[in-house]
Design a protein around this ligand. Structure first.
Ligand SMILES: Cc1cc2nc3c(=O)[nH]c(=O)nc-3n(C[C@H](O)[C@H](O)[C@H](O)COP(=O)(O)OP(=O)(O)OC[C@H]3O[C@@H](n4cnc5c(N)ncnc54)[C@H](O)[C@@H]3O)c2cc1C
Length: 395
C-alpha cells in the first residue's frame, strides 16, 4: 500500500514526538506521518531507570503525541529510504511518500560479545517490564556497566531491596566521566548502600537457564543472578541514512538547521551529529534535553521556519539520593577542577582544555545550567585558579 504525507518521521521516540508537535504548531493542516518499530507510542525513557522504580507510575511516562494529530504507525520498521522517489519503505511492504523527512531513530544498546540471550540490554519500556518481573526483595540482579545506565539501574534495584552486583572494567563507577576522587567517593557510597561493586571485572561468558543466569567473570569466578541488566552504551541507528547515501560519521551529519546532506531530510536526537559552536566541534549526545529541543527545532525547520539549533544540551542523573546536571564535555581525561561545598555531596566540577571550560558538572547544585552554558561559551582564558567560584552564579 502507498501512503503520502507532507512530513514523515521515522522513529516514534522523544525527538520524533517533539518534532511532530512543532510541525503541527507550524502547520495546522499538514499531513504528518510517524513510523515506530516499538509497539508503544512515544514515551520518556529517563524514568525507566529512575522514577518508575520509586513510584511505579507508568501512566506518567507517555508523551502527548495525540495533540500532534499525526498518523502514528507502531510496530512498523522503516527499511529503506528512496531519496529520488521521496519515499520510505517499511517491513510490511508499504511505501510512505514524503515532502520532508525526519530521521529520529535513536540508538541500539551495545551487547556483550558472549552474553546469554536473556540479558536485558536496557533501553525500552519492554525492557523495563521484563526487569520488573524479576524484581522482588532478595532477587539477585547483576548489573553490567558502570556508566550512566548501569549506575542508575544498580541504585534503583538496591532501593527495591534486591541483591545487586555491579560489574565493569574501569576502576570505579563513572570513572570515564567524574574526576578520580569523585568516582571513588561514588563507588564507596554504592558499597555503603549495599551494592556489591566489582570494579575491574568483565563478563567473559554468560548463559541463561530457567533458574537464572550464570556469568563467568574475568577474575575466574562465577556469578549466579536472577536477572542480568547491561548498560554498555548505544550505537546510533544510522543504517537507513548510510544506505541512502547520507553523510554519516558517528551519527548522521546535520547542519545548524538539522538538515542532513539531503536538504529534504532532517535528523535529530541521539542519532544526529550536530555543530556545537560553544565547544568548537561537532557532537552527538544521548540526552533527553537534546532529543526534545532538537526534535522541536527540526520540526520548525522542516516547516520552513528559520529555527537553527544553537543550544548546548544538558544531561541529568539520579543516583540514590544524589543528583546532578551536566553541560558540555564531561571527560575525566581533561583537567578537572573541583569546588565542593560539602565534599562529594554538593559542588561543581569544571572540565578545562586549552584555556576554555569544556564541561561543567553540577553535583546537587541546581538552577545553574544556563550559567554553565555561558561559562562554556566564554572565551576565557580559564585555568584552575581563575575558574573557581564562577558558579553558582546569581540567578
Ligand atoms: C533507561 C534510560 C535512562 C535515561 N536517562 C536519561 C537521563 O537521566 N537524562 C538524560 O538526559 N537522558 C537520559 N536518557 C537518554 C534519553 O532517553 C535519550 O537521549 C532519548 O530517548 C533520545 O531520543 P531519540 O528520540 O533520539 O531516540 P529514542 O527515544 O531512542 O527513539 C527512537 C525510536 O526510533 C525507533 N526506531 C529506530 N529505528 C527505526 C526504524 N528503522 N523504523 C522505525 N522506528 C525506528 C526506536 O525503536 C525508538 O523507538 C536515558 C535513556 C535510557 C534508555
Amino acid at each position: 500500500m502507498q501512503h503520502a504525507f507532507d512530513y514523515l518521521i521515522i522513529g516514534a521516540g522523544m525527538a520524533g514526538e517533539a518534532a511532530a508537535q512543532a510541525l503541527r504548531e507550524a502547520d495546522a493542516k499538514a499531513g504528518i506521518g510517524m513510523l515506530g518499530d516499538e509497539s508503544h507510542p512515544p514515551y520518556d525513557r529517563p524514568p525507566l531507570s529512575k522514577k518508575l522504580w520509586k513510584d511505579g507510575e507508568e501512566a506518567d511516562i507517555w508523551r502527548p503525541i495525540d495533540k500532534a494529530r499525526a498518523d502514528v504507525q507502531l510496530s512498523r520498521r522503516a527499511t529503506k529510504i528512496d531519496r529520488a522517489a521521496h519515499a520510505v519503505h517499511d517491513d510490511k511492504g508499504d511505501t510512505w511518500k514524503y515532502r520532508k523527512l525526519l530521521i529520529a531513530t535513536g540508538g541500539t544498546p551495545r551487547k556483550l560479545p558472549s552474553g546469554g540471550g536473556d540479558f536485558i540490554y536496557y533501553r525500552t519500556f519492554d525492557d523495563y517490564q521484563r526487569l520488573r518481573r524479576s524484581v522482588k526483595p532478595g532477587a539477585r540482579i547483576a548489573v553490567v556497566g558502570g556508566g550512566f545506565i548501569g549506575s542508575e539501574i544498580a541504585a534503583a534495584m538496591a532501593m527495591n531491596d534486591c541483591k545487586v552486583t555491579m560489574l565493569f572494567p574501569d576502576d570505579a563507577i563513572g570513572a570515564r566521566v567524574y574526576p578520580e576522587s569523585l568516582a571513588d567517593a561514588v563507588t564507596a557510597y554504592y558499597r555503603e548502600k549495599g551494592v556489591d561493586v566489582r570494579a575491574g571485572i568483565t563478563v567473559e561468558s554468560g548463559s541463561s537457564t530457567a533458574q537464572g543466569a550464570q556469568l563467568k567473570l574475568s577474575d575466574g569466578s562465577t556469578l549466579a543472578a536472577d536477572a542480568v541488566v547491561a548498560g554498555l552504551g548505544i550505537t546510533p541507528n544510522v543504517q537507513l541514512a548510510e544506505a541512502a547515501g547520507l553523510k554519516v560519521d558517528n551519527g548522521i551529519i546535520v547542519n545548524e538547521h538539522l538538515q542532513t546532506s539531503d536538504p529534504d531530510i532532517h535528523a535529530a536526537g541521539d542519532v544526529a551529529s550536530f555543530p556545537a559552536p560553544a565547544l568548537g566541534k561537532r557532537i552527538r549526545v544521548e540526552h533527553e534535553n537534546a532529543a526534545i529541543t532538537m526534535g522541536a527545532r527540526a520540526g520548525k525547520c522542516m516547516a520552513g521556519l528559520d529555527a537553527p539549533y544553537d543550544e548546548l544540551p544538558f544531561f541529568y542523573s539520579d543516583l540514590f539520593d544524589l543528583g546532578y546536571e551536566a553541560v558540555g564535555t564531561l571527560d575525566s581525561r581533561l583537567e578537572t577542577v573541583e569546588q565542593w561545598v560539602t565534599p562529594f555531596r554538593e559542588g561543581v566540577v569544571y572540565y578545562l582544555d586549552a584555556g576554555r571550560v569544556r564541561g561543567v558538572l553540577l553535583w546537587n547544585t541546581w538552577g545553574q545550567v544556563d550559567a554553565a552554558r555561558d561559562l562554556i561559551a566564554s572565551p576565557g582564558p580559564f585555568d584552575a585558579e581563575n575558574v573557581r567560584g564562577r558558579l553558582p552564579a546569581q540567578a
